[in-house]
Structure formats: C-alpha cells, structure tokens
Design a protein around this ligand. Sequence first.
Ligand code: 5AD
Ligand code: SF4
Length: 476
Amino acid sequence: MAAVRNGVQGRLAKKLHIKTFGCQMNVYDSSRMADVLAPLGYELSDHVEEADMVIVNTCHIREKAAEKLYSELGRYRQVKEARTGGGEATVIAVAGCVAQAEGAEIMNRAPFVDIVVGPQAYHQLPELVARAARAKDEKKGGKRKGSGVLAIDFPAESKFDQLPPVRHQGPTAFLSVQEGCDKFCTFCVVPYTRGAEYSRPADEVVAEARELAAAGAREITLLGQNVNAYHGVDAGGKAVGLGELIRRLADVDGISRIRYTTSHPIDMSDELIAAHRDVDALMPFLHLPVQSGSDRILARMNRHHDMSLYCRVVEKLMTARPDMKLSSDFIVGFPGETDADFQATLELAREVEFIQAFSFKYSARLGTPGALMDNQVPEDVKSERLAVLQDVLTGNQAAFNRSCVDRVMPVLLDRKGRKQGQLAGRSPYLQPVHVDAPDSRFGQIVDLRIVAGHENSLAGELPADGTAPSLERVVA
Ligand code: 5AD
Ligand code: SF4
C-alpha cells in the first residue's frame, strides 16, 4: 500500500490495508480514509494477510476497472476466509469511483464485501463499519439476507467538514482543494462519479497547509479534478481564485514549493497566470491536458476550447514564466477521429515541447455520450495511433532529460533511493532524480548537478560542500 504514506498509530492496533488505484486524488482519499479510521484503532499495514480491514480504492476512468476490482477482491475473499477460519474477522470495503458507479452490482457479484462507499461519503466510514458489524449479526440471526452496507449518495454536508485533521509525515504532501466537475467532456466518467464542482473554503485550505508544514511538508500539491476552476471564499466572504489561494499558501511558513493538478485550459485565468509570474514557490511546471490536436475532435469531446485557445494559454504561460514546461494528456481513437485528426494531434505533440505526457486509447465508458457516438474507431487503429504518438512523446521527454545534463537543479530529496547510500527526489519539473547522498540530506531542497539524463529519470551529484553552483541553474 505504498500509496498511503502516513503512519497511523492505533490505540487497539487493528490493521488496515489500503490498495489504491488511479489518480493522486485517490491517493489523497486513501490517506484521509486512514485518518478517519485511526480513532477506531486502525493502523496501516502493507500486509493484507494480517488486515482486520481492507479497502480497495478504485478508479473508473479507463477500461478494465471492474475486472481489476473483482480480481483484487478474489484475493481479499481468500484472506477473509482464512482469517475467519482462524476466528478473526476481516471487513472488506470498496471505495472510489467504481464503488460510486457500480454500487449495488458489487454487492451482488461479491456478497462477501461488507461496505461500498463512494468518494463523497467516506467520512462516514466509522459509522459504516459499525453498521456492517450490526448487519452481519442480523444476517446470522436470520433477520436479513445480505450484510453489505452501501453509501453512495452525494451527502448534503461536505465530507471536508467532517474529516479529522490530517495526519501527515514527509516532505511532500497532497492537499485537496476542489472536487468534482461540471464540464462533461463526452469521454469522461468523472462528473458522474465525483459529482458537481465544489471548492473548499480558502481559510480551511490554508489551515490544512499549516498543519502539513508543521508535520514536515515542504512541497504541497493542490488537488482537484478541475483544480484551476477553484473558486473558494475566505472567512471575510471574499471570493478567492486559485491564483490568490496560491499567493496565500506561499506565505505559509515552511512551504517552499507549490504545485497544482489537474487543470483545464479554459480555466487558466490571467490571475492564475500572474501567480506563475510572481510566486517563486509555484513550480514552473504544469500538467495541462489537451486530449487532441484537432478542433473537430475537441468539439466532439465537448472540451469547450479549440487549439488556438490552448496555444494562446501556453504562450501566456511562457511569457509569464519563461522557464515553464508542460505535460499533457492525450486520447487517441475518440469516435470519429480520422487520420487527418490524428495527424493534427501528432503535429501538436511535435510543436509544443511537452516534457512529459500520458496518452491513452479511447475507452468507451458506460453512461457517457462518447460511448453512444457513431464511428467508433477500431481497436487496432487505436493501438497503431497510440504507438506512433507515444514515440514522439517519449522522444520529447528523453530529449528534455538529456538537455538537463550539466545543469544545476534544486531537488527536494523526499525518498530513499533504490541503492544503498542513495536518496531520490524531484526536480522542479517532477523528474525523478537519484543521487548518492547521506540520510542527513533527506527532506532538504538541494542544488544538484545533473550528470545523466535517462528516459524517465535523472542522476544528480551533490556539489562539494560550500561551493556555489558554477553551472547554469535551471530554476531559481
Ligand atoms: N478513455 C481514455 N482516456 C480517458 N481519460 C479520461 N477518460 C478517458 C476515456 N474514456 C484520460 C484523459 C484524462 C485522463 C485523466 O484520463 O486523457 O485527462
Ligand atoms: Fe473529465 Fe473533462 Fe471534467 Fe476533466 S474536465 S474531469 S476530462 S469531464
């Protein structure tokens, strides 16, 4: 369960195992579920065999989500049976977007599941655990057939008002500021599984950032499905956009680096772009999904923008912060995508220097308009296009990584390296960097000389102590 890094101390030391699929929002949710369950005595464990409770936090964004879930559940069923044989109980919960989308179906197909809980309802987990225990007793007593408890409504109260304070450890942290989406891209399940757009109050976000900083976080990544649509208010009732929120967070003692993800091109407001110009702590790296380079496909995707808007936003960002670099998401084989449309995407990938990118074959999602569109693209065509696009994108990434060699980059060392005596961290551009360094450097932002640029990572060297970096510095 590498996804959740918080150590949770339990009073009764029951073991909680969480398996996380999907995006950073799910990683954040998993850690918050651990926080919610900590007062009940649950402490995190990597070992499923000893778990008193198992949570599978699922992702529904692309195909095979359900298959993955049921194969995972098969494993947990065996654990449950083995432990029941030994007189111990295991609670199995399914959380996340598949839980939201498939709800009762999961109970039918996997009746040994005790709890199904959606992304907006997991603050209720303590109550759900108690209800599941009661339901089990009632089932034993013959009072009910199944014993599963389902919580997939979108509750009127925000879960953020109900969650306990964060329990965080480590130099990097996620902070959820916004959730849900009202944009309804025709390929995407998020508006259905995560619900309507919601922004947390600004002061609550700043307070959480202070707690994270006090617990050692130096870098925070603000999360939201549409994070740059953030529109909070502060205690004085003043509207706060993401740019202003970032300015306030940059003032929090201890926070040296700020990132945010995932953004939509139409919400890159001038106010936010100005924050990129003014706020040093805001990293010069932005994930800005484009999905397709063809205006025709963007319209069919209901992306609310065309290529010229996207390119204008990129230009404004580069003007505001000349060392800015971008990453993106692409979908190939959206219904109706012709060879010419795909060529436009390729052209975009060649023209804009994306230093990192995620590219996917379109996967029809039940309940989304795209799934019902004519001209679905055959699987083999999707695969061919994906391979061609990925070739260009990985080439861009490798070229950028190579161009970093001999430069000096500030790297936040937030992990142990794979080899003995190594630490690893992230450059301003989120490139993983490995370096031979003593443990005393853990948690520090260190200027490293980059000595090798691989396809997916960099190798760095500590400058001799006391020497100022003599080479070109990539980011101030
Ligand atoms: N098929 C393929 N890719 C998808 N994404 C979202 N929905 C789908 C889908 N149905 C991709 C988009 C999005 C990223 C998180 O996942 O590129 O930006
Ligand atoms: Fe999905 Fe589009 Fe909303 Fe992003 S903006 S979460 S792709 S519907």
